[in-house]
Design a protein around this ligand. Structure first.
Ligand code: AMP
Ligand code: GLY
Length: 431
């Protein structure tokens, strides 16, 4: 069977790497891919949002399964188009992808189905939004632009003085484009944040191992938000009891809600949660695998991933046993380009990749890379790669990931040095 993976980041490299190991798969094709996917798949220079070309290629190449990485093609209806062409696809149609594509759709869905989340108000005019902020007594408040904004549409503000200019920038100046046509202003929730990913076939679901992301750019969680600077898995904070709570109060009601709303959801349901004193609350839904969460999850996934992807696509997940997981800990460290998450440098030659992978337990997933002159690997994105390390415990996993990371060289490279450290200290403290 041929499998087409859509996207070109670290998540897609990890997916291609894992799918290529399956005995059922003859060839993996990746569109557009990166220099890393080129090692395990055949790259096709088709952008992930070119729906027409992707449908054409999937049909022409007679692929047995399409796995869609990023949210944009899902929101644009790629999965609907492929299904209409009779192709099995892992990823929800555009109606399901609205859970990520529209914050207000998600908030209304959560409220309608009584799934715990922060209270919110909806605004389609900047004047009323600002008047609401002027009258607020509780601070901070969270302003969310409705549409897709590549992780840049959420603002935590501490006063009306801070919030009103944000409303103007988003709703009047349209700094985030159409995403700012409407906003939600919601209650601020305090607590630890965790991501839970489940695969869902429309009828049943399978919860994957919890992962902890590090969203801010700087050590100690300072600076602007990014797509994710590093991960670890498992997450000891996320106890069995908590997992059960999230399943009962969030995941199962979400699945039922989707069915009641007539949405046949087949793919990843990725829930961002705040663990508040009153219990877990949903911060957001994503309609796809996380990046870099997937890199850690797939390093710990034992056995063949492809039967699960196919069963999800075909609505047969209940026929499979739960996947089994490597008991070891995985730490993933993202190497980014100078300037990220703002304007960043590109085109720097990357060296030391082979030396990095010589460390026992290390695997490097490329993200923003491409092949340059003479097959040199050059940087081509804000997040350039993610170095993963497996170890018997978090200390060992961290040592492997950072030792491998330090072998890799390019100009302007940086990473966070504290991935997993907060937890590592807590573990030592408890011992
Ligand atoms: P979202 O894209 O909705 O997950 O928001 C991005 C980030 O903003 C989250 O990962 C949280 O760190 C933060 N955030 C979003 N909503 C809230 C909230 N209601 N209370 C506190 N922090 C929030
Ligand atoms: N790492 C966060 C995300 O994929 O949305």
């Amino acid at each position: 069977m041929k499998v087409l993976v859509v996207g070109g980041g670290g998540r897609e490299h990890a997916l291609c790497w894992k799918i290529a190991q399956s005995p059922r798969v003859d060839e993996v094709i990746c569109a557009p891919g990166n220099a890393g996917t080129a090692r395990v798949a055949r790259n096709l220079a088709i952008p992930a949002n070119d729906i027409e070309k992707l449908v054409h290629v999937a049909t022409h190449e007679r692929v047995g399964l399409v796995v869609v990485g990023p949210e944009e093609p899902l929101c644009l209806g790629l999965a609907d188009r492929l299904r209409a062409a009779g192709i099995a696809v892992f990823g929800p149609g555009s109606s399901g992808a609205r859970l990520e594509g529209s914050k207000l759709f998600a908030k209304e869905f959560l409220t309608r189905h009584r799934i715990p989340t922060a209270g919110y108000r909806r605004f389609d005019r900047s004047g009323t939004a600002k008047a609401f902020l002027e009258g607020c007594r509780a601070w901070p408040q969270v302003i969310k632009a409705d549409g897709l904004a590549a992780g840049k549409g959420v603002f935590v503000v501490h006063s009306a003085k801070e919030g009103c200019p944000v409303i103007d920038a988003v709703m009047e100046e349209r700094r985030l484009g159409d995403a700012g046509r409407e906003v939600a202003i919601e209650e601020f929730l305090a607590g630890e944040e965790v991501s839970v990913l489940a695969i869902v076939d429309g009828e049943s679901l399978c919860v994957l191992e919890p992962v902890m992301d590090h969203k801010q750019v700087g050590d100690g969680d300072v600076g602007p938000n990014t797509g994710g600077m590093g991960v670890y898995s498992p997450v000891p904070l996320f106890s069995r009891r908590l997992q059960w709570q999230v399943e009962q109060n969030v995941l199962i009601p979400t699945l039922h809600g989707l069915r009641r709303d007539g949405i046949d959801y087949k793919g990843v349901l990725f829930v961002g949660l705040m663990l508040t004193e009153a219990g877990p609350r949903v911060l957001e839904y994503n309609c796809r695998f996380g990046d870099p969460e997937t890199q850690a999850i797939l390093r710990r996934w034992k056995g063949d991933l492809v039967p699960y992807l196919l069963a999800t696509a075909k609505g047969k997940l209940a026929e499979l046993e739960s996947p089994s997981w490597d008991e070891r800990t995985c730490v993933g460290v993202v190497g980014a380009a100078e300037g990220y998450p703002g304007a960043y440098r590109k085109g720097d030659e990357i060296n030391g990749l082979e030396a990095a992978e010589r460390f026992d337990g290390a695997v490097v997933f490329h993200a923003g890379t491409k092949l340059g002159a003479g097959n040199a690997v050059v940087s081509d994105g804000g997040r350039v790669l993610c170095v993963t390390g497996l170890g018997a415990n978090i200390e060992e996993a961290r040592r492997t990931a950072y030792a491998a990371y330090d072998e890799i060289r390019w100009d302007g490279k940086f990473c966070r040095r504290d991935i997993g450290l907060r937890r590592a200290r807590a573990t030592v403290g408890e011992a």
